[in-house]
Ligand binder design. Structure first.
Ligand SMILES: C[S@@+](CC[C@H](N)C(=O)[O-])C[C@H]1O[C@@H](n2cnc3c(N)ncnc32)[C@H](O)[C@@H]1O
Length: 215
């Protein structure tokens, strides 16, 4: 690689990292972890698509898409969000949840622009706007290598797991951004693990996020 090409690559990496930081609620440890998980499914050749539930401005989606849309395994990256602000919470989500309802509005257009600017191949990205309760029913994803759930509320997280877990490939990864933050999210995950009697080991990223690999 020539010096000029090398400088161009370095500049593009720095500018993508800056754009991602500006468009995500994830802190540095969770950004780095998601990036590692996106690389891990390549290193371990886990077949299937990448699914994110809870996109907001697209920062975490960009981390996943800039890697997965160039995979030799021809992955599609599916991005689900209402983009209308957080939907109503329930009692399981705790007293703090109410103040977030209606916050975090964004748009598919904004996400698309970010993904383009951070190097995703947009022909392999599907942005699916709408409430999960409606969009999941109308979508079929045969196999999933990485399921990233960043949807905060009990009902949302429960539906993500119920809809997509069975499609996660053996060795595939389930990442839950709010496992240690929102009580409803943790409850939905713990109940799912218990009901299915899953022998998984939850890896913790920081006090907020967790992930596990399907057996
Ligand atoms: C914390 S934000 C996602 C943050 C994002 N991953 C990032 O990188 O900053 C949570 C998102 O989940 C979405 N969401 C939660 N429950 C939903 C539901 N039932 N249907 C559609 N979107 C939902 C909200 O619209 C919101 O954009």
């Amino acid at each position: 690689m020539s010096l000029l090409q090398d400088l161009r690559t370095q500049w593009s990496e720095k500018s993508s990292a800056w754009l991602i930081r500006r468009n995500t609620m994830l802190g540095p440890a969770r950004i780095q972890n998601l990036s590692r998980l996106a690389q891990r499914i390549e290193d371990e050749q886990i077949p299937g698509d990448v699914v994110e539930c809870g996109v907001y401005r697209g920062g975490s989606a960009a981390i996943l898409a800039r890697r997965a849309t160039h995979s030799r395994l021809a992955r599609t990256v599916w991005l689900f969000d209402a983009f209308q602000g957080m939907p109503p919470a329930t009692a399981s989500d705790g007293p703090e949840a109410g103040s977030w309802v209606g916050n975090l509005r964004s748009s598919p257009r904004r996400v698309e622009r970010l993904l383009r600017r951070t190097g995703a191949n947009m022909s392999r990205v599907r942005i699916v706007p709408g409430l999960f309760q409606e969009t999941f029913r109308a979508t079929h994803i045969a196999q999933i290598a990485l399921l990233n759930i960043d949807a905060d509320w009990y009902e949302s997280v429960k539906l993500c797991l119920e809809t997509f877990y069975d499609a996660v490939a053996p060795g595939g990864i389930v990442s839950v951004d709010d496992y240690g933050l929102w009580p409803g999210c943790r409850q939905a995950v713990d109940e799912f693990i218990q009901n299915r009697q899953l022998a998984i080991r939850m890896e913790r990223v920081d006090e907020t996020a967790g992930w596990f690999q399907k057996n």
